[in-house]
Design a protein. Structure first.
Ligand SMILES: C[S@@+](CC[C@H](N)C(=O)[O-])C[C@H]1O[C@@H](n2cnc3c(N)ncnc32)[C@H](O)[C@@H]1O
Length: 219
């Protein structure tokens, strides 16, 4: 009998802990999205060090998400890194599903760990090359000039993948064609990308942060 009592008590304690953890998350999480330093603490030091140059600042992610997050829409981050855009967007817009595709397995893994930590069922990460993805499965897109390291060696994230001018051309052409084939009303946010990377059917409806953050709608 004693053993059942002990088992029951530890089960009850475990359940209380789980509930408390959820409550704690709900209280703590909003503060995660107040500063980049707070958010970046989800990651180890070598990933945090890459943040200023390679991961979307929290403020930018919030603005981009507010534009892309139509109810029930599926939003894709083209080159999702450690998931900073998707996690921020997913937290503030639970009615929208966010997806990220990332070619580097290490970054994909850190994105998954952070997603679990923040506990977001509406965020999904995919490990792979974006050229393998079926873009029919997504409605709106976020793009933080993901291919730049192919043409600017000083901006490499690491040496885990091959980079080249040819890959820059290939990936840029691929995304351009995919965007061109999307129906009218498709939304796109670009951060530090150029006009030449976006088909002419997309109209800029908002241009902020010294013109590096652009919001587009397809006509
Ligand atoms: C500038 S980072 C942006 C990360 C994330 N979108 C954010 O805003 O925090 C670009 C990411 O795109 C990824 N990437 C570049 N080319 C890719 C490709 N062909 N397929 C999948 N991921 C790619 C890189 O590995 C890198 O992590």
């Amino acid at each position: 009998m004693e053993i059942f009592r002990l088992l029951y008590t530890s089960f009850k304690n475990f359940n209380t802990l789980r509930k408390n953890r959820k409550m704690l998350n709900e209280i703590l999480n909003p503060s995660l999205f107040r500063h980049d330093t707070a958010f970046d603490d989800l990651y180890p030091k070598h990933i945090r060090d890459l943040s200023p140059m390679h991961w979307t600042p929290v403020d930018i992610a919030k603005k981009a998400a507010a534009f892309l997050a139509l109810p029930n829409a599926r939003v894709l981050d083209i080159g999702s890194g450690v998931g900073k855009f998707c996690i921020t967007a997913g937290f503030f817009h639970p009615e929208t599903t966010f997806y990220g595709i990332e070619q580097r397995s290490e970054l994909f893994t850190f994105a998954e760990i952070a997603r679990e930590e923040v506990d977001l069922p509406n965020v999904n990460f995919i490990h792979g090359n974006l050229t393998e993805l079926d873009f029919d499965n997504y409605d709106h897109f976020y793009f933080y000039n993901s291919f730049y390291e192919n043409i600017e060696p000083d901006s490499r994230i690491d040496y885990a993948v091959r980079t080249s001018f040819e890959l820059y051309e290939l990936y840029s052409r691929f995304v351009y064609k995919m965007l061109d084939e999307k129906p009218p009303e498709t939304r796109l946010v670009t951060f530090h990308a150029s006009y030449t990377q976006v088909p002419p059917a997309y109209r800029v409806v908002n241009n902020s942060y010294s013109k590096v953050l652009k919001m587009w709608i397809k006509e």
